[in-house]
Ligand binder design. Structure first.
Ligand SMILES: [Zn+2]
Length: 972
């Protein structure tokens, strides 16, 4: 009897497995797992003769039960070989019998196996035919162990021939399973060449991973595990290889045929098709492999590096869109200059290519020398994109470019280290954005993103440390914590180390160039080179949740002293236990009500639970300012008076505090209003004259910029207010917020109209001019005012928005009008939306703005979502279109959280549907859909629970998605 039956008996008769039974049969267990991990459908019935009476389904179910029962015990052994075998067995089982899925496996960093072989060189030939692509891969294999078999990752490839050192292997010498190519007969030599010829079908690949068709083009996406859909390899980041890629394809159909690196050969193939070869001299992991074929317009430029080396820049775009690529070419040059000037990073290839792809799951991808972008993140001009997209595009271009060092030249050891490349890179990109677009705009946007999207994630079931310890699917790691909190952690390092950061970073890049590393290597280099003790700081990498800083002031007017006590606290979001204190770059400054500086700003390394600061000779109660620029991803508490807040806005030169003071004032008023309405639901409530005066002082200030004025119109999000009130009734909160806005607009009507006149629209729209940033601020202020005026008196002010829509020469103002009108109910709403649709219906990218305007409006209904999907311009597989509907819908809180749960059901139906062809995208929607689950009132919670259960039980949905549903359900 095999071990399998012993276990089955144990399960069925005793209800659970005994560790002893499993321990003494470990080698049998390994053998059985080995069989399951490499078997194909027709082999499974030979497993155990005593169970031959069972149907194939019966076997699958028993195997599933067995695997599920074993998981905990196997992981607990820390036996890496056994765990690796187990993971392969579960993966194979899930593929063979998707209806009887074994429980998804949690992968742990500590169980990551070393490579038995290395592949220093990879040669690939892509022979592109009309109905398939023949892939010939030739890998130089270097032994690292005496292993007798070689197991390569591969998926959805049809293998036809396999060779070792030129000799063809027969069928018994290798095996192809759903996920692997296993070479059973290996030479003992330390080095040998493996050649594999296989067929792939990019034309029917909806997953948008590997090589796939987008429009008339072929493109790749290999991060994190897409390369295995193109060729067999160790598809993991620590397998570094130098690539040579040859493409054979029809020149007419695909005049552009590109891959990573430099061009080495171009000619005509024997059958008349074109042949081209690219070579990348830098070793890279498979996830950075890329290739694109198509018929593009090409915008070109050059960039000279510090050493006067010329780099040829090319942007490949859809025919007719060359004009829209001008800005990205400009932003690319700015990025190259920025990384060189401020971080000593130089570009290292002759070519730098950027390609725009309309059907793309992510924002963009940093493939070495060949950056691929979602069209929405590359194409823009004044007629096709709003101000904030100019900023987002510059940010994305810098991000992908900056990866050339943090990610490409120095890469990550495994996917647990993902934030090492993403956060490190996005940190430089966020500084770039602040440099181009001012702190007043860019830093505040970054802070809002952190608070709106990462803080809730860090308090939910999805919370994880920056240094990831475990995951089910690497898809789930591409989240707000990895990017948004991660980049803040690097920003703090930069603040703490000051000038030493640059020196230490340079040392890290030189030391680990061409290697795959982890946070350990980065931190030890920073420690060593800077000689700053980062031992407490390292907790930012291992602890979860958002710390809170609490300040209290003891001012003594008798002896003119001020004592400030600062405390920090951070409870673990799951265990609710207090964690160790963090190293926080705090800053402290004191001003008085007239804005005079009482104590100048000092930098403080706050590493303990509490700290006391004492100031002498202070003859009035001071106003403390701290965490300048939001110097740490934390929440803070201190009771400012309204007068103090006004003084901060009017006098500080810190853009964060100007924004923050207004933000707190408005939040306070809204909370007061909500509380009063709850107590006296029947009474008519009016805002006090103090509130009006506060606004008037700010709006009439001669020194404040239009942006600072615009920011006090920025109302806190519904989610922020819900958090403060601990009431997750979004309809109620929205009503309170609308009431506040209307009353304020009514009271300030004359001031607002006056302000509009004093801040006329800039005459020209020029993203390359020095005034562009100032002009953005003016437009922001004007559109905020318009939205207030329309909210209070629709009839009177709708015409202002309509005129702006018709008369503006730029997309930003047209779109602002569309968004304002989408929230109104009169005939101008339909008319404007219709006009906008007709103008852009043939542009797959720009039409997203139309979708978002409808889906994010307060008038949105589920019927409207269906109508959008029935339009000719809607592409049901295009990720941008799907995101514009479903993710935006999940964030339209008043509509999504309807009291009957229709919104939850609608979104879950669609997540299940989308998961069947694009699990990566479905995964992106889950966070937005269920992030509030734990906090909802019982009735809403049970409606959402029903949908989470449906998602968990849905057939054909990826195990990682089910696991996430399960995580939410298990939240206490
Ligand atoms: Zn990235």
């Amino acid at each position: 009897m095999t071990f399998l039956s012993v276990i089955l008996t144990t399960i069925f008769f005793f209800g659970s497995l005994q560790y002893n039974a499993f321990n003494c049969n470990k080698s049998d267990l390994k053998e059985n797992l080995n069989q399951l991990s490499s078997c194909q459908t027709n082999e499974i019935v030979n497993w155990d003769s005593s169970l031959l009476g069972l149907t194939k389904e019966g076997y699958a179910i028993k195997q599933r039960d067995l695997l599920n029962a074993l998981q905990g015990q196997i992981l607990a052994t820390d036996d890496i070989e056994l765990i690796t075998l187990f993971k392969r067995a579960v993966r194979n089982h899930n593929t063979l019998y998707s209806e009887y899925e074994a429980k998804p496996i949690v992968s742990f960093n500590k169980h990551h196996p070393d490579l038995d072989f290395k592949i220093p060189e990879t040669n690939i030939i892509l022979d592109v035919l009309d109905s398939e692509v023949i892939v010939t891969s030739e890998l130089s294999i270097l032994r690292q162990s005496d292993s007798s078999s070689l197991i390569l990752d591969g998926y959805k490839q049809e293998v036809s021939e396999v060779y070792i050192n030129g000799s063809k292997l027969n069928d018994s010498e290798y095996k192809v399973t759903a996920h692997e190519l296993i070479i059973l007969s290996l030479p003992k030599d330390p080095e040998f060449i493996l050649k594999v010829i296989s067929k792939i079908d990019p034309y029917n690949n909806d997953s948008m991973e590997g090589l796939y068709k987008s429009g008339k083009w072929l493109s790749t996406q290999c991060e994190s595990e897409g390369a295995r859909r193109i060729f067999y390899t160790f598809d993991r980041p620590d397998n570094l290889s130098k690539y040579t890629v040859t493409i054979i394809a029809d020149n007419k159909k695909y005049p552009t045929r590109i891959s990573n690196g430099n061009l080495v050969f171009e000619g005509i193939h024997s059958d008349g098709r074109a042949i081209i070869t690219w070579h990348d001299p830098y070793p890279k992991p498979s996830y950075l492999f890329a290739s694109v074929l198509g018929d593009f317009d090409i915008a070109e430029g050059t960039y000279n590096t510090e050493d006067e080396e010329e780099v040829k820049l090319q942007v490949f775009v859809e025919k007719g869109k060359k004009e829209q690529a001008k800005y990205s070419l400009w932003a690319l040059k700015q990025s190259m200059l920025f990384d060189q000037t401020f971080f000593d990073r130089k570009y290292d290839l002759e070519y730098l290519k950027m390609v725009s792809i309309p059907d793309y799951n992510h924002g963009a991808m940093e493939n070495k020398g060949l950056l691929i972008f979602n069209a929405q993140r590359l194409l823009i001009d004044k007629e096709s994109g709003p101000d904030n997209y100019f900023r987002a595009i510059a940010h994305t271009i810098m991000h992908e470019y900056a990866h050339n060092w943090s990610g490409n030249r120095v890469t990550v050891k495994n996917w647990f280290e993902l934030p090492l490349k993403e956060a490190f890179t996005d940190f430089r990109s966020m500084l770039f954005n602040e440099y181009l677009f001012s702190s007043e705009i860019a830093r505040i946007e970054q802070i809002q993103r952190l608070r709106e999207s990462q803080f809730p994630e860090d308090a939910s079931a999805l919370a994880h440390p920056i240094q990831i310890e475990s995951y089910v699917s690497s898809d789930e790691l591409y989240d707000q914590t990895t990017y948004v909190k991660g980049r803040e952690v690097f920003r703090m390092l930069h603040t703490i180390l000051g000038d030493k950061f640059r020196v230490a970073q340079n040392a890290y890049f030189s030391k680990y160039d061409g290697q795959a590393v982890s946070f350990k290597e980065l931190l030890s280099t920073l420690n060593e080179v800077s000689e700053v003790d980062l031992s407490v700081f390292e907790r930012w990498f291992h602890q979860v949740g958002t710390p809170t800083i609490t300040l209290s002031m003891d001012y003594n007017s008798d002896n003119n002293t001020a004592e400030i006590l600062v405390k920090q606290s951070c409870l673990h979001p799951k265990t609710h236990e207090e964690q160790k204190p963090f190293h926080i770059p705090l800053f402290l400054e004191l001003i008085n009500l007239d804005g005079k500086i009482i104590a100048p700003k000092i930098k403080v390394d706050f590493k303990d639970r509490e700290m006391v600061f004492r100031f002498d000779n202070v003859d009035e109660k001071p106003i403390p300012l701290f965490l300048h620029g939001l110097s740490a991803p934390v929440k803070w508490k201190y009771d400012f008076t309204d007068q103090e807040l006004e003084s901060i806005i009017l006098h500080t030169d810190d853009a964060f505090w100007r924004f923050e003071a207004g933000n707190i004032f408005v939040k306070k008023q809204l909370i007061n209003l909500a509380t009063t309405i709850m107590k006296n639901p029947e009474n008519e409530i009016f805002l006090s004259s103090n509130v009006h005066n506060f606004y008037r002082h700010v709006l009439n200030s001669k020194t404040l910029s239009p942006m600072a004025k615009a920011q006090i119109f920025d109302l806190p999000s519904l989610r922020t207010l819900a958090e403060e009130l601990k009431i997750y009734d979004y309809q109620f909160i929205a009503k309170v917020r609308d009431k506040y806005k209307k009353q304020l607009a009514k009271e300030l009507e004359n001031d607002l109209v006056d302000l509009l006149e004093k801040n006329p629209n800039p005459k020209t729209y020029n993203p390359y001019s020095k005034n562009f940033v100032h002009d953005m601020k003016v437009r922001e202020l004007r559109n905020s005012i318009l939205s207030y005026l329309v909210s209070f008196d629709e009839e009177k002010y709708v015409s202002l928005s309509t005129d702006q829509y018709l008369d503006s020469d730029n997309f930003n103002n047209k779109l602002a009008s569309v968004n304002i009108l989408a929230n109104t109910s009169g005939p101008q709403r339909e008319k404007t939306l219709h006009d906008f649709y007709e103008k852009w219906k043939n542009d797959k990218t720009v039409i997203n703005h139309w979708i978002i305007a409808i889906v994010s409006s307060k008038n949105c209904t589920i019927e409207m979502l269906d109508d959008i999907q029935n339009k000719d311009s809607f592409d049901p597989k295009n990720p941008n279109h799907l995101r514009s509907i479903f993710r935006v819908f999940a964030n339209n809180l008043t509509v999504y959280h309807d009291s009957e749960g229709k919104g939850y059901k609608y979104l879950t139906d669609n997540i299940i549907r989308i998961a069947s062809f694009n699990p990566v995208l479905a995964n992106q929607f889950i966070q937005a859909a269920f992030v509030d689950y734990k906090k909802l009132a019982d009735a809403q919670k049970s409606l959402m629970q029903k949908q989470l259960i449906r998602l968990r039980e849905a057939p054909g949905v990826a195990a990682s998605i089910k696991e996430r549903a399960n995580n939410f359900l298990s939240e206490s």
